[in-house]
Design a protein around this ligand. Structure first.
Ligand code: NDP
Length: 237
């Protein structure tokens, strides 16, 4: 359980759900973990106390705040960009400001955080961005902006892998299917529809996603970069 002993890890969006599972996983594996949150101060403080990690408020909708946070973190061995939101509804009715905010959080922040992290990252560093199987498949209406944002991460990983590869820095996208979190609770109204698309008819657990992230950040994955890693019970198959 000491795979990441002494390693410096920053998780953007770590207070709840998948991000919190990632924080727990790296902390249990010996890393020095800092994570950000937007509004959930109580959850963040509780998790930080439980895991002996550091919580800092940084809103991923602010490009400059994200860049400053990454810069102030110093040389990171691992950056995980997990913070993400969805805005549901009729594309013809949606507030363009809300859609642009989604793009800021889901696309701009991952891009700028990845580039900023790579400036100080040692050779062999790891960048992992949480995308979605909806980057590959969007079987329902009302989520086009989310699908756009998660598809964009695929280009981010493919392109930045070329820029960072000469230093052995890898960048990968983890693409979950339905995962049981506040954003997508297994007991929610969409359960049966979502499970109808899947071969394994249950929501995934945040810990299962954290396991894939840990593998990508670990010593066995040094040759894995510019790639999408789907963990979805065959939602997208
Ligand atoms: P949750 O809504 O349960 O948790 C989101 C986390 O991201 C929270 O810690 C939240 O912080 C943080 N966050 C959200 N907005 C911001 C922001 N502006 N600045 C900083 N932090 C922010 O989501 P999930 O755990 O379900 O999702 C995590 C990631 O996984 C997202 O990128 C999502 O798109 C992706 N994903 C999730 C799936 C699912 O079914 N759950 C499926 C596929 C992908 P705070 O607590 O302060 O709000």
């Amino acid at each position: 359980m000491t795979t990441f002993q002494g390693k410096s890890v920053l998780v953007l969006g770590g207070s709840r759900g998948i991000g919190a599972a990632i924080v727990r996983r790296f902390a249990n594996d010996g890393a020095n973990v800092t994570f950000t949150y937007a509004g959930s101060r109580a959850a963040a403080d509780e998790l930080a106390a439980e895991t002996k990690t550091t919580a800092v408020q940084t809103d991923s909708s602010s490009r400059d705040a994200v860049i400053a946070r990454v810069r102030e973190s110093g040389p990171l061995d691992v950056l995980v960009v997990n913070a993400g939101i969805a805005v549901f509804g009729d594309a013809l009715e949606q507030d363009p400001d809300a859609i642009d905010r989604l793009f800021q959080i889901n696309i701009h922040a991952p891009y700028h955080a990845s580039v900023e992290a790579a400036r100080q990252m040692p050779d062999g560093g790891r960048i992992i961005v949480i995308g979605s199987v909806n980057g590959d498949r969007m079987p329902i209406p009302g989520m086009a902006s989310y699908a756009v944002s998660k598809s964009a991460l695929q280009g981010l990983a493919r392109g930045l892998a070329r820029d960072f590869g000469p230093r052995g820095i890898t960048i990968n996208v983890v693409q979950p299917g339905p995962i049981d979190t506040d954003a997508n609770p297994e007991n929610g109204p969409m359960k049966d529809l979502m499970h109808s698309f899947m071969a394994i008819k249950r929501h995934g657990r945040p810990e299962e996603v954290a396991g894939m992230v840990a593998w990508l950040a670990g010593p066995e994955a040094g040759f894995v970069t510019g790639a999408m890693h789907t963990i979805d019970g065959a939602f997208g198959a």
